[in-house]
Design a protein around this ligand. Structure first.
Ligand SMILES: NC(=O)c1ccc[n+]([C@@H]2O[C@H](COP(=O)([O-])OP(=O)(O)OC[C@H]3O[C@@H](n4cnc5c(N)ncnc54)[C@H](O)[C@@H]3O)[C@@H](O)[C@H]2O)c1
Length: 297
């Protein structure tokens, strides 16, 4: 992995850019809206938590617009992007941030099998982010490219007992990242941010125990900064944030204890060790075949 530092001067590139973000009323999303606004971007954000969102928009002024948007409803996401286009003339940066975590273990032996389970993590975190990605890419294409930043989690690449649907949803976000990175660049860059424990309402229940264990903690602003790093890494005319490797596309920033680390490049580098040299070589050939224009499923 590579430790990523932040070169604040690159944030100048955000001035006048238009950002669409989901889940901006609280936590990481709220801090991200604030940081984009501080650096001169115009932000249209959605959420279902209207009261907190309206208060934030009012506080930040006319360059920040809130619109109610439940990301599980496709039409509401279409309307969110349309609002950004109508109000600010296009979209440069998309952040798929909204998410939920349901701590009920729906795989526990005590569960009643005859009752159909609900999986809001899949509906919101995965399906909602797929909607944001689909619509967002179209708006970025219309505006000659830009950046899509996805919120995954440490749960996107590590195990955690009792949170299976959440893990499935966040592994799915890494699937979106890997599914797109070969085809969208260089005009559209797709990157992910994968925070470890970050002090927001989502993890309130474990906060005291976590801190008592002396484990690393992020503030929402640390994760927001990682989102801004992803959104600006390619905007410095060859200059980038220390530690970032250009082109910054298909990368995943793990954020722990307020520090950001890029973790996707190392996986590529170590693939021959992980899968064996022969498998790795064969896989590369297979992937090239699948990616070729003439290959039909
Ligand atoms: N807090 C952490 O430790 C942590 C760690 C890893 C990843 N994450 C991810 O970061 C993202 C932000 O989470 P957070 O920690 O700020 O939590 P949070 O609960 O403070 O914020 C989530 C926001 O999403 C909104 N939201 C929920 N369902 C929605 C829907 N259907 N449509 C629109 N908005 C909706 C909520 O109203 C809220 O404002 C999530 O994707 C979460 O999975 C958080």
């Amino acid at each position: 992995m590579a430790k990523i530092s932040c070169d604040d001067s690159l944030f100048q590139a955000l001035s006048g850019k238009v950002v669409v973000l989901t889940g901006g009323a609280t936590g990481i999303g709220r801090s991200t809206v604030q940081q984009f606004c501080e650096h001169g971007a115009k932000v249209v954000f959605g959420d279902i938590h209207d009261k907190a969102a309206e208060k934030l928009a009012l506080m930040l002024g006319s360059s920040v617009v809130f619109q109610h948007c439940d990301i599980t409803v496709y039409d509401q996401q279409l309307a969110l992007f349309e609002r950004a286009e109508n109000r600010f003339g296009g979209v440069d940066i998309v952040v798929a941030n909204a998410g939920v975590l349901n701590p009920d273990d729906r795989f526990a032996p005590s569960q009643d099998l005859t009752v159909e389970p609900r999986f809001p993590e899949i509906d919101v975190n995965l399906k909602g982010s797929l909607y944001t990605t689909r619509i967002g890419l179209d708006y970025l294409r219309r505006h000659k490219g830009g950046d899509l930043v996805l919120l995954s989690s440490i749960a996107g690449f590590k195990e955690a007992g009792g949170l299976t649907p959440y893990l499935a949803s966040k592994h799915g976000i890494i699937g979106i990242l890997r599914g797109l990175r070969l085809t969208t660049g260089p005009t559209i860059r797709v990157n992910a941010v994968s925070p470890w424990m970050t002090r927001t309402a989502m993890v309130h229940g474990i906060e005291d125990g976590w801190i008592n264990q002396g484990l690393p903690v992020n503030q929402p602003s640390d994760v927001a900064r990682a989102v801004l790093i992803c959104a600006t890494a390619n905007r410095g005319s060859g200059k980038t944030h220390p530690g970032c490797r250009l082109p910054f596309n298909g990368k995943n920033l793990f954020v722990a204890g307020s520090e950001a680390y890029e973790i996707e490049d190392k996986l590529w580098e170590l693939e021959p060790v992980w899968l064996g040299e022969d498998n790795s070589k064969a896989l590369e050939k297979g992937q090239s075949y699948l990616a070729a224009d003439q290959t039909q499923w």
